[in-house]
Design a protein around this ligand. Sequence first.
Ligand SMILES: CC(C)(COP(=O)(O)OP(=O)(O)OC[C@H]1O[C@@H](n2cnc3c(N)ncnc32)[C@H](O)[C@@H]1OP(=O)(O)O)[C@@H](O)C(=O)NCCC(=O)NCCS
Length: 224
Amino acid sequence: MSLGLRAKTALLMLRRGEHSEMLTELANRIYSDDASLILRRDLTRPLVPRPTAKIPIRIRPAEPGDFAQLSAERPRRLPALRANIPTCYVATTGDGSICYMQWLIPADEQARLRPLFKGELAAYESDTVLLEFAYTFERFRGRGIMGCAMAEIAEQGRSLGARWAITYVKQDNVASLKGCASAGFRPFMQRTERWRGLRLRQSFRLLAEGTPYPFELKSASQSS
Ligand SMILES: CC(C)(COP(=O)(O)OP(=O)(O)OC[C@H]1O[C@@H](n2cnc3c(N)ncnc32)[C@H](O)[C@@H]1OP(=O)(O)O)[C@@H](O)C(=O)NCCC(=O)NCCS
């Protein structure tokens, strides 16, 4: 990524008031221990029940005319939009407003994503597509849009010949984990992340089939 693009992205993020997130991210790179779940969905199996949003939405690939609106709402995605990494999808409401964005990336494009991906991306094969950078526009949150849109975007992977869809989510991002769960994704692997003085060390481990989401464990212990 060029220095100019980096600076423009940082400026847009500051303008949008993301100062504290930027500082937290920097502090985390100095010293933190974190973990992400890699979630997976078998696209050959029908999704039952099918998630529905509280408002009607439809998905379509993003068009160049959407880029200004997308980067104004989510400045940190400007580099991915500029790099034209296939394919950024958007969900729109009945009046055409964009309410959600997410990339679906086939295996043969993973090298282009890698420089923009936070941390290490485990290599994936041509039977798999990756979903990345899920984002619901702030004014549309809490209406079940993520689960519904993500389910449909993942299913676009079938026409690319994929059986599996995978996605990375921080283990404490409950809203995102729940959205992925309703889109049919289940815990598949775990990535542990250890930052010390701007150096990242990561490790991956396969999870046993049927491993619950952390929020499922919590709700089971509350109901017993
Ligand atoms: C994560 C995100 C995409 C969810 O979008 P959304 O369309 O508002 O999500 P939904 O309305 O489908 O809600 C998903 C679930 O999370 C729950 N939820 C929403 N906000 C929550 C919160 N702050 N804490 C816990 N649960 C929450 C909802 O109740 C819903 O649960 P349910 O399926 O049991 O009803 C959105 O919050 C977002 O864009 N966040 C910033 C970017 C981000 O974190 N992206 C994900 C990167 S992996």
